[in-house]
Design a protein around this ligand. Structure first.
Ligand code: SF4
Length: 243
């Protein structure tokens, strides 16, 4: 944050951040959360009791901003990083109210792309706070980046499961588990980071939910497919970015 112009219901701030090598200045109404973390992030929706974006019942934050422009994307309205609403303290409280519920298994960051440069720092701050406040809840993140690129971001250590890769219409398969096209991978982040070579990801589950742990996954040795839940099941299908 580089300036503080006036006060009102919030505070009008000039936010300065670097996006894809370009210095971006944005004038926004900030609130206490942004003043604390010095970040700005926008979002389109918070969905509750969601069963389609990760294991169990979840709260999902749909952030604004994506530059992957996948053909067949089901959420093109989320591509504009200036779209949607400012993520403020009220939005954070809405999420925490859901995470307070014992039957909510965790949060999923989707969009848009939570790893878009406009979102990375905000998602990291929020994920870090959630990990500290709710150590038993898990965090999923959907991104158009592939794991080999995404793994370098500082938000990654706070993520449990990452669904990677752009949606590829020619590889679309509505029966895939937690993903929309077969090039995408559902990755156990912590198990992958613990490996000697984390660039070879450990999968959270297989491609389909009707074969235990998806051990049929082409070219993926069994030892690279480990359960995230105790029972190792991924019971509900995901059609990420399905057109
Ligand atoms: S499918 Fe996902 S990564 Fe691709 S353009 Fe849409 S929001 Fe972005």
């Amino acid at each position: 944050m580089v300036g503080l112009l006036c006060e009102g219901a919030g505070v009008l701030c000039v936010v300065d951040f670097v996006c894809e090598g370009v210095d971006v200045l944005r004038l926004v109404w900030c609130n206490v959360w942004f003043l604390e973390v010095g970040l700005v992030m926008r979002y389109h929706n918070i969905t509750k009791d969601d069963m389609l974006n990760g294991d169990g019942l979840r709260v999902v934050l749909w952030v604004a901003g994506c530059e992957h422009c996948c053909k067949g994307c089901q959420n093109p309205m989320t591509w504009d990083p200036d779209g949607g609403l400012l993520f403020d303290a009220a939005a954070k409280a809405e999420i925490f109210e859901q995470l307070d519920k014992p039957y909510i298994e965790g949060i999923t960051f989707s969009g848009g792309d939570p790893l878009h440069c406009a979102n990375r720092d905000g998602v990291k701050a929020l994920a870090k706070e959630i990990k500290e406040k709710y150590p038993d809840k898990n965090i999923w993140l959907y991104t158009g980046d592939v794991w080999e690129d995404a793994m370098r971001y500082s938000v990654i250590p706070y993520i449990d499961v990452l669904v990677d890769g752009e949606f590829v219409q020619d590889k679309k398969d509505a029966t895939l588990l937690w993903k929309g096209s077969s090039n995408q991978r559902v990755i156990n982040v912590q198990a992958s980071l613990a490996k000697e070579n984390p660039r070879i990801p450990v999968l959270h589950c297989g491609d389909y939910d009707d074969i235990p742990m998806g051990r049929e996954t082409a070219g993926m040795p069994d030892q690279n497919i480990v359960p995230f839940n105790a029972n190792g099941s991924c019971a509900i299908k995901k059609n990420a970015c399905e057109a």
